[in-house]
Write a protein that binds this ligand. Structure first.
Ligand SMILES: Nc1ncnc2c1ncn2[C@@H]1O[C@H](COP(=O)(O)OP(=O)(O)O)[C@@H](O)[C@H]1O
Ligand SMILES: [Mg+2]
Length: 331
């Protein structure tokens, strides 16, 4: 049984002007020690998927309409359903067993508190350490993520660190209670390429050291290729393709996946112009009864895209799932 098994997650936002179908029928699982990727353009539902798991969706306007997310943490019996847990249960899991790095570092770090306080607090709360021991562990945790002069720097405020160093502090903070799963929401997006690589390398290194599972969210398929064992490609609130990474890159099926691959700069001949997916993602306030990618599908055959029903994720070859829209699978 996987460490985390998410089935049919549906999260919507209800407002006076209508319903936003942010996440519809999303299923994936994470094995112990595994890294899985969730990839898609901005607005495809990646963050909402992960917020839903941790009880971080503002309700209202958000509502989890359906689904289960069975987390089989160590020391627990049959596993618990995160989507049906109380706020108190989730508080114990958040930060302790499942940690998250947010897209914006300043969401995780309090600008008014010294790093030392922010790192020691969870140790005092979750593990009952005293101040001295907590500070010692906190300094070690900064050393583990490569912060130089950790015992001095720990007394700084977040703004005193560079972007890359701040990201390292966030990783230290997320891992300080030795969680079983780390959800990393675009952990490298705001950083320049060199620092981005360092952060991803650091995540991999910490993963090995801790036997951690990682859910890596990114809009960049190139990031996934190096880090993840399994990829989930999300479009308009749904998973359109899911496969082991090597299989996905060798044999991409869905037109959206192929379009994302085509827009990776590194796959281009020098001097060739970069492919960009035409148009914009669909408005999620309408529940489509057709293929959502049709109007942007220049790689498959848009003429054959479904217009009379919604595509469904089906297993095409063993372990390789794709939405069954003929127009998106063609070519
Ligand atoms: N609090 C909210 N209220 C209303 N709509 C929201 C809220 N949070 C997210 N959404 C909508 O949910 C959809 C998915 O968003 P998100 O998961 O943040 O996308 P991604 O992380 O893939 O960029 C978007 O259309 C977004 O506008
Ligand atoms: Mg996001």
């Amino acid at each position: 049984m996987p460490l985390l098994d998410v089935r049919n997650l549906t999260t919507r936002f209800h407002s006076r002007t209508g319903v936003v179908h942010a996440v519809e029928g999303v299923s994936f699982s994470v094995e112990a020690g595994q890294t899985i990727g969730i990839v898609g353009e901005s607005g495809s539902g990646k963050s909402v998927t992960c917020y839903s798991l941790l009880g971080l969706i503002p309700q209202p306007p958000g509502r989890i309409h359906s689904g289960t997310a069975i987390f089989k943490g160590s020391g627990q019996g049959g596993g618990i359903d995160l989507l049906k847990s109380s706020e108190k249960e989730l508080r114990d899991i958040r930060g302790k067993k499942i940690s998250m790095i947010f897209q914006d570092p300043m969401t995780s770090l309090n600008p008014y508190l010294r790093i030392s306080r922010q790192l020691t607090e969870p140790l005092e709360i979750h593990e009952g350490l005293n101040r001295v021991d907590a500070l010692k562990r906190a300094i070690e945790s900064l050393e583990e993520v490569g912060i130089p002069e950790a015992s001095k720097r720990i007394h700084s405020y977040p703004h005193e660190f560079s972007g890359g160093m701040r990201q390292r502090v966030m990783i230290a903070m997320a891992l300080i209670t030795k969680p079983e799963i780390l959800i990393a929401d675009e952990p490298s997006t705001a950083l320049d390429v060199t620092v981005q690589k360092q952060v991803l390398d650091l995540l991999r290194e910490r993963q090995k050291a801790l036997g951690l599972s990682i859910i890596l969210i990114t809009h960049d398929l190139a990031v996934v290729s190096e880090s993840c064992e399994v990829v989930n490609v999300m479009y308009a609130g749904r998973i359109v393709e899911q496969a082991p990474t090597s299989e996905l890159f060798a044999n991409p099926l869905h037109a959206y996946t192929r379009a994302l691959l085509k827009s990776i700069p590194a796959t281009h001949e020098p001097g060739a112009s970069l492919y960009t997916i035409p148009g914009i993602p669909p408005d999620l306030s309408e529940e489509p009864e057709h293929c959502s990618f049709r109007l942007r599908n220049t790689i498959g055959n848009a003429d054959r895209c479904l217009t009379d029903r919604r595509p469904e994720l089906t297993e095409v070859t063993k372990g390789h799932f794709a939405q069954d829209c003929p127009g998106c699978l063609e070519g």
